[in-house]
Write a protein that binds this ligand. Structure first.
Ligand SMILES: [Zn+2]
Length: 272
């Protein structure tokens, strides 16, 4: 059987037996698939780098016993900026898990693959932007998964949205404060609480709503080309996008929890 060549992104790497590795890969045309990298002396150094998690590489495979085996691998983009920064590396792992969730075997990867590559490229080449990149990735992933929010007007009264608005996460729609107060008799909702309420109704300022609209509708290449007015807007936007993606996928991600634990430890270290 002839060898097959394709560019693919390394989503996961797991040990297989005593020296081989099982790679979970995704390519634009084939979608998600598995390949085995033989270990021991047969691996050249450059192939090790090309088969690291979160690397975009060119692979040559041969097929045997119904499996793909890596014959050659050459890194096209290693995203060096995420390799030595544990926060960025943890985020890359989370992004890869989301891609795994939103992709299938034997079906083209679609927009989720370039979104992931762009997001990791952004992580790799910027500083202080991780929260915004994560939020845009989460929201656009939800849209790709078929959960585009309705952001034109209040879903209850149809009036244009002002500055005081909530995202009804489950409905994927905006609710104005007057409608919400009529609905819940809670005026105003606490801006920060740790119960489920905040996660279902996420407060958004005008800048966060604008970011929601932009990321939901813009062409794929421009998903990360936006700014929020201040840290408060970024906080609102990122809380809402995370809740939005997790609620609609109906699951959490261990890699996301790892990232949050790491942030909490960092914050603690800064305080003490
Ligand atoms: Zn309303």
């Amino acid at each position: 059987m002839p060898n097959v060549t394709t560019d693919a992104f390394v989503l996961r790497v797991a040990p297989r037996g005593s020296s081989d590795k099982l790679l979970t890969l995704i390519s634009p045309t084939e979608g998600r698939f598995y390949a085995i990298l033989k270990g021991g002396n047969s691996i050249k150094n450059r192939q090790v780098a090309a088969t690291e998690p979160y690397t975009w590489s060119n692979f040559e495979f041969y097929e045997r016993n119904g499996f793909k085996w890596v014959k050659n691998a050459t890194a096209i983009e290693s995203f060096g900026g995420v390799r030595y920064d544990s926060e960025k590396l943890f985020l890359a792992a989370y992004f890869s898990d989301v891609v795994f969730e939103l992709s299938d075997e034997k079906s083209p990867a679609g927009e989720i693959l370039p979104l992931c590559l762009n997001a990791i490229h952004m992580l790799s080449t910027t500083t202080g932007e991780d929260t915004r990149i994560k939020a845009a990735f989460e929201l656009r992933s939800a849209v790709i998964a078929g959960f585009a929010p309705a952001l034109d007007a209040c879903t209850h009264c149809g009036k244009e949205i002002g500055d005081d608005v909530y995202l009804d996460v489950m409905d994927g729609a905006l609710v104005c404060a007057p409608c919400l107060s009529r609905k819940t008799a809670l005026v105003p909702l606490p801006e920060v609480d740790d119960t489920g309420v905040r996660h279902v109704l996420s407060p958004l300022c005008a800048s966060a709503v604008a970011a929601f609209r932009f990321v939901s509708d813009v062409s794929p290449k421009r998903v990360f080309s936006f700014r929020l007015t201040d840290a408060r807007a970024e906080e609102m936007f990122s809380r809402a996008t995370e809740a939005y993606l997790l609620h609609h996928l109906e699951r959490g991600f261990e890699t996301l929890e790892n990232y949050k634990r790491l942030l909490a430890i960092r914050r603690q270290m800064i305080k003490s």
